[in-house]
Design a protein around this ligand. Structure first.
Ligand code: UD1
Length: 430
């Protein structure tokens, strides 16, 4: 298994191109199931999760052709995917594939809407919590689906097609909003979704559905009104920049000190996280082609943060913020309100000398004068990258094991960081 070796202590200076958002690319690829025409997606990041979903979609009969990056093109512009689901040959998503990536469960709504039936494995648990799918199922039932659970599979039927309905989510869920939105685009009549997730990736999917012919009002708000169509068309859509990758590199620059332009990204995608970063003492400014992060000389101030659905502070940046705060001048408090078990990184950060106390959903981080490199283990996607940030700050060598977690969500991470002066390299298992 590959490992990543970091020798800490170098400042970051230069430019980092930001890739297309994984969390938008996945549901956008799934949207291809809704039409027999070609859906072209530009700026798709080259990631393990994207490749796994491509396998899952091919299994359903989707034809996928990929154009590579053009030489001389902007480095942050990823691959172009042409997806065509002319005939859906299989409406079953098997356990072997769905259990490896939770987002693949989102094929349920579109398959059901287009084919009138779908059998999709329950995703199962994962390292950051139980993550049930009750909200997904309730939403599809609101659109007229008949749903049974049998031997670990969700079996959904709508023999006469889905019909528009009124969905009120009791809790904000990104995935359930995607599933409902994708299904509603092919349902008969109007669907209203209340308490919808407002994450920019949901807005990106909705905009793509509009290009495909759906009528959607309220994009970017918590109330979506969708006029479903009996047929959707092909479209060309560019995946929006990855705000979690943006935030991760921004926190890394604040951690090491230095001055870096994050190219091809947008400040409005991360308003709260950038406000938090500014509170720590880093500067955040817009440039012509992205966002510039700098911290020169001054120390890190502690913060008090609670994760929240968008536009609040994202849970996907909680671990990275915690790594940063291990070196603050004072005590920070971070409360995780989205996932119950998303503190796997705490034990690993402690191996580098961090002083963190956990009490229920709250972590209290007392800043220390220095961290010292050590071997650590990646446990989930965002936790792994918090160890990279800590390793960049630590004295000496940090060796991160099980980096396949990182490859699920970060494109060429070590290359992007080393170009800015970090001493980081991948040791490939021989
Ligand atoms: C998505 C993101 C993930 C991010 C998360 C929260 C993708 C591919 N993944 O995951 O990176 O951390 O949003 O911003 O976009 N819940 C239920 N019942 C359900 C569904 C969810 O109780 O049916 C709960 C979950 O356990 C969790 C909360 O709702 O506590 C939010 O989860 P959700 O927004 O659905 O996360 P995902 O869509 O899986």
């Amino acid at each position: 298994m590959d490992r990543i070796k970091i020798i800490g202590g170098e400042r970051l200076n230069g430019a980092i191109p930001i890739s297309g958002a994984k969390n938008a690319a996945l549901p956008l690829m799934i949207a291809s199931l809704l039409t027999e025409d070609r859906l072209t997606l530009k700026n798709v990041p080259n990631l393990a999760d994207v490749n796994l979903l491509a396998r899952i979609l091919r299994n359903h009969g989707v034809d996928l052709a990929v154009d590579g990056k053009r030489s001389g093109g902007a480095p942050h512009l990823g691959e172009t995917f042409h997806l065509t689901a002319r005939d859906i040959s299989d409406t079953t998503a098997p356990y072997e594939l769905v259990s490896r990536m939770r987002a693949s469960f989102w094929v349920l709504g579109p398959l059901l809407a287009r084919m009138g039936q779908a059998k999709v494995s329950l995703p199962g648990g994962c390292a950051i919590g139980t993550r049930p799918v009750d909200l997904h199922l309730a939403a599809l039932r609101d659109l007229g689906a008949e749903i049974e659970i049998e031997s670990g599979y969700v079996i959904a039927r709508a023999p006469k097609g889905l019909v528009g309905g009124h969905i009120i989510f009791p809790k904000v869920s990104v995935g359930a909003t995607h599933n409902a939105l994708l299904a509603a685009a092919l349902a008969k009549g109007e669907t209203m979704i209340e308490n919808a997730a407002r994450e920019p990736e949901v807005g990106d999917v909705a905009s793509c559905l509009v290009k495909m012919g759906a009528e959607i009002e309220g994009i970017g708000t918590s109330t979506l009104r969708i006029q479903g169509k009996s047929r959707l068309e092909g479209a060309v859509h560019t995946v929006l920049p990855d705000r979690i990758e943006t935030g991760t590199f921004a926190f890394a620059v604040a951690a090491t000190g230095g001055d870096v332009v994050l190219e091809g990204t947008r400040r409005d995608l991360l308003k709260t996280a950038f406000e938090t970063l500014a509170q720590t003492g880093a500067s955040v400014t817009d440039t012509d082609n992205g966002v510039r992060i700098a911290r020169n000389g001054n120390g890190l101030e502690p913060v008090d943060v609670e994760t929240q659905p968008f536009p609040g502070f994202p849970t996907d940046l909680q671990a990275q913020l915690m790594a940063l705060m291990t070196r603050a001048h004072g005590t920070s408090v971070i409360r995780e309100t989205i996932f119950e078990n998303r503190f796997m990184h705490v034990q690993e950060l402690a191996r580098l000398g961090a002083d963190i106390k956990l009490h229920g959903d709250t972590a209290t981080i007392k800043g220390v004068k220095s961290l010292t490199g050590a071997p650590v283990m990646a446990t989930d996607l965002r936790a792994s990258v918090s160890l990279v940030i800590a390793g960049l700050m630590a004295e000496g060598e940090t060796m991160i094991n099980r980096v396949y977690h990182l490859d699920r969500g970060f494109e060429r991470l070590e290359e992007k960081l080393s170009r800015c002066g970090a001493r980081i390299e991948r040791l490939t298992a021989g």
